[in-house]
Design a binder for this molecule. Structure first.
Ligand SMILES: Cc1cc2nc3c(=O)[nH]c(=O)nc-3n(C[C@H](O)[C@H](O)[C@H](O)COP(=O)(O)OP(=O)(O)OC[C@H]3O[C@@H](n4cnc5c(N)ncnc54)[C@H](O)[C@@H]3O)c2cc1C
Length: 375
């Protein structure tokens, strides 16, 4: 294992091109601050910033916004040390094939040393959250997608309720959310306690989902803050997650199937939220959004006080549905896929594997997980 924590320097800031070159171990939380001081920002980041530049592109981290790709699409160049000790420079024009592999590398190609990211001018985001129903959102998906640069929604399983989030650049000054104290108290303590009780009385879960929707999401809220503070949000406590990318045109079919299956199987319970996000297609060989605009459907089962909750039936039916609609699993989250599945899912799987084997002929960068992926 190699620790990259100390490779956390900002090497170059190009204010004209709005690009930054960093060592691959830098955390996004550090980078966000440096960029902000220089009047720049990343155009999109995921829910957390305690992740490294080399790490987020290792697994295809994404957020939402149908004009935005996964985070790795912001990478314009990188350098990587291969198994032979050679340092390769890669970009669209130099080692272009390796570049399209290394932008989602699974840690399997070499050690990323530096990453150059395309940024944009620093911006504030206004987040408007409002309630709706699953039917309304699915019937008017294009309208919602066109109404906001970073649109996503939460569906509350066992209910018809949805919370819609529009996030858009604004010139307005920051205005903090007044209810943070209640959000923390309710989020951390009450939710965790109720979910722990529901391990023994699972039929409480639909009521818990309805209660938290009513308490926290049934109204309308509006806030403005620096972009990265709005992109990031509190993921509360430990959880199991699956998050597959499906062709965007299959969003309605997949969510409707999951909802009906839960209705037909009331013994299976599903925690809130199912988080639904949208991402532009790309040309990164192992990107779940490879050559197609996608919808990510993230399901969750919390682990209150670290305790495991039964979720196998929910997990396997979700996977069945995702496979039926040509889904591809998030590389950093749970799935049961192996090489045979990936060969079917990824048109460029063979190309990635060839590049990997040329760069690492003795398997220096393989591990038990990667053996399952590639062999
Ligand atoms: C609370 C939480 C919230 C999350 N929210 C989101 C979200 O909103 N969207 C989303 O898509 N994902 C999300 N994730 C998943 C997360 O983005 C990924 O797990 C991401 O890979 C974590 O980055 P890391 O720096 O910790 O990577 P690591 O786990 O350290 O590394 C990821 C992979 O990259 C390899 N690697 C790391 N650095 C290098 C390097 N320099 N050279 C070569 N290989 C390297 C590692 O070996 C590993 O294979 C979330 C995870 C958590 C825990």
């Amino acid at each position: 294992m190699i620790r990259m924590d100390k490779m956390d320097k900002v090497i170059k800031i190009d204010k004209v091109l709005k690009q930054v070159t960093v060592e691959a171990g830098i955390l996004l939380s550090q980078l966000n601050e440096v960029l902000h001081r220089n009047g720049m920002a990343l155009s999109n980041i995921g829910a957390i910033s305690d992740v490294a530049a080399g790490g987020v592109i290792g697994t295809g981290t994404h957020n939402t916004g149908i004009t935005h790709g996964i985070l790795a699409t912001q990478v314009v160049a990188l350098t990587m040390m291969t198994a032979s000790g050679e340092i390769l420079e890669c970009s669209e024009s130099v080692n272009a094939d390796i570049f399209q592999a290394a932008r989602l590398h699974l840690g399997s190609l070499g050690v990323l040393l530096t990453v150059t990211l395309q940024c944009r001018a620093a911006f504030h985001l206004q987040e408007i959250q409002q309630s709706s129903t699953l039917q309304e959102v699915l019937d008017n998906l294009d309208k919602h997608l066109n109404s906001s640069e970073y649109f996503r929604f939460f569906w509350f399983p066992h209910t018809d309720s949805v919370s819609v989030f529009y996030q858009d650049p604004t010139d307005k000054p920051p205005s903090s959310k007044a209810s943070w104290f209640w959000d923390c108290l309710v989020g951390y303590y009450l939710l965790e306690l109720l979910l722990w009780i529901s391990i023994f009385i699972p039929r409480l879960v639909p009521g818990i989902n309805r209660f938290f929707f009513w308490l926290l999401f049934s109204g309308r809220s509006d806030r403005v803050d620096i972009s990265h503070k709005v992109f990031n949000f509190d993921c509360l406590f430990k959880q199991h997650v699956q998050d597959w990318a499906i062709p965007i045109g299959k969003t309605k079919e997949a969510l409707t199937q999951l909802k009906s299956w839960l209705e037909r199987n009331p013994q299976v319970v599903a925690h809130f939220p199912v988080e639904v996000r949208f991402t532009k297609g790309d040309d990164i060989l192992l990107s779940p959004c490879y050559q197609r605009d996608s919808c990510y459907m993230n399901i969750i089962m919390y682990r209150p006080y670290g305790k495991d909750v039964p979720h196998q039936d929910y997990w396997s039916e979700y996977e069945n549905i995702m496979k039926r609609v040509e889904g591809r699993p998030h590389w950093a989250k749970a799935h049961t896929c192996t090489r045979k599945d990936f060969e079917k899912m990824y048109p460029a799987f063979g190309k990635f594997k060839n590049i990997r084997e040329k760069l690492d002929p003795t398997g220096m960068f393989l591990n038990a997980y990667l053996e399952k992926v590639f062999y």
